[in-house]
Design a protein around this ligand. Structure first.
Ligand SMILES: Nc1ncnc2c1ncn2[C@@H]1O[C@H](COP(=O)(O)OP(=O)(O)O)[C@@H](O)[C@H]1O
Ligand SMILES: [Mg+2]
Length: 373
């Protein structure tokens, strides 16, 4: 029996990536050309999947590649450990040899050759120095091997919570890398990403070309989903349109729904309304805890705004909306901005309130009065 072809719980492998061709081209061109990029999107829009594809492409073009996931790194030590482990496990061939040689030169443990041109912050201790050395590695690897390196820092916004000056440390080193190394900084939290890259007072201000990953087009989703159903002997029938209508182009939500629909079907039996009902009932178990937790973390005014965005038919500050959702003219807009910074809302001028909830399943749950009607 064929396996369910729809992955919803981990990054997809490069061959399974739907569309994203313009973004792949742009990122490959930037990495090759020595331009640093900041890649933003809501969570689960496919940043990590896209990075895997792009790193595979640049490797084929002869560059070295390193992927570092900063998710959950809270301290300078942890940031250091993430980067070190990534270099250790991912460099290949001459770069791996050069890395080992650099370590031997440093006496086995960390790499600690002094670096020119970088002054340590006054408070910088041994940990900061070790991190600076490590960050400077691509430059030294390139001078030994002639190979340029593409580095992807995923969930980069975590460095803001890791230690206050760590973006300064990182910038102080990589600004000397010229085209020896190019970087992609990916992040899901719009507020933190714009704090990192859009705040004049911060070291990365204006330092990387922006690239935003949007929702997937229904046509691309339909081709992919229909193709995978067909090649695995399943028929999505009319449910394909219902799925696209509910998913609103959200990549992970579309894959989750496709996965559940595939599971609900027998071979060569077209999907019916009954199958679709089963999918809707089943999906609740996947999202309920997450939605309860997300709701629980919202302030009262933010809940009102989320409800308004999910179901109001007039503007956010229209009298009828304010009354219906218990909001005030002064309170609603800043709450909407906070939800936008947190990645829960996105601006959408085609909607009555000017926003939509990023997660279409969450929107449905909120609109139904926090149940799965
Ligand atoms: N281009 C894509 N093609 C197919 N599935 C995708 C795509 N982008 C995202 N997905 C779906 O979204 C999920 C999350 O993708 P991921 O790359 O981990 O997103 P992010 O890093 O932005 O949180 C994947 O498991 C997959 O189901
Ligand atoms: Mg990711």
């Amino acid at each position: 029996m064929p396996l369910n072809p729809f992955v919803f719980d981990r990054p997809v492998s490069p061959v399974d990536l739907i569309d994203r061709d313009p973004e792949v081209r742009r990122l490959v061109a930037n990495l090759e050309g020595g331009t640093n990029t900041r890649l933003s999107s809501p969570r689960r829009y496919g940043k990590t999947s896209l990075l895997a594809r792009v790193l595979e492409d640049v490797e084929r073009l002869g560059m070295g590649r390193v992927y570092v996931d900063f998710y959950g790194a809270r301290t300078t030590e942890q940031v250091h450990a993430r980067i070190e482990r990534s270099y250790e496990s991912q460099l290949k061939g001459p770069l791996a040899k050069a890395f080992a040689a650099a370590r031997r030169a440093a006496g086995g443990g960390g790499v600690s050759t002094p670096i020119g041109g970088v002054s340590l912050p006054a408070a910088g201790g041994a940990t900061e120095r070790a991190l600076l050395d490590l960050l400077d590695l691509p430059l030294r690897l390139q001078s030994r091997t002639g190979i340029r390196i593409a580095v992807a820092f995923d969930e980069f916004q975590e460095v803001l919570s890791a230690a206050d000056a760590i973006d300064g440390l990182i910038r102080s080193v990589i600004q000397h890398h010229g085209d020896a190394a190019s970087y992609v900084f990916a992040g899901s939290h719009p507020g933190l990403m714009s704090q990192l890259f859009g705040d004049r007072g911060r070291p990365f201000y204006g330092q990387a070309a922006p690239l935003v990953l949007g929702a997937l087009a229904d046509d691309d989703l339909a081709d992919y989903i229909d193709g995978r159903f067909t090649s695995s002997g399943r028929d999505p029938g009319a449910a394909l349109d219902w799925l696209l209508g509910l998913a609103e182009g959200h990549p992970q939500r579309a894959m989750l729904l496709a996965h559940l629909l595939w599971d609900a079907l027998e071979p060569d039996e077209p999907a019916t309304e009954e199958h679709w009902e089963r999918v809707l009932a089943h999906v609740e178990a996947f999202v309920r805890d997450e939605f309860e937790a997300a709701w629980g973390a919202l302030a009262s005014v933010e809940r009102g705004v989320a409800e308004a965005v999910a179901s109001a038919d007039s503007g956010l500050t229209a009298g009828s909306t304010l009354t219906r959702f218990g909001l005030t003219k002064g309170g609603a807009p800043p709450a909407a901005s906070r939800l936008e910074a947190a990645g829960i809302l996105a601006v959408d001028r085609s909607r009555p309130t000017g926003y939509r909830l990023v997660d279409p399943l969450f929107a449905r749950w909120v609109a139904a009065g926090r149940r799965w009607a």
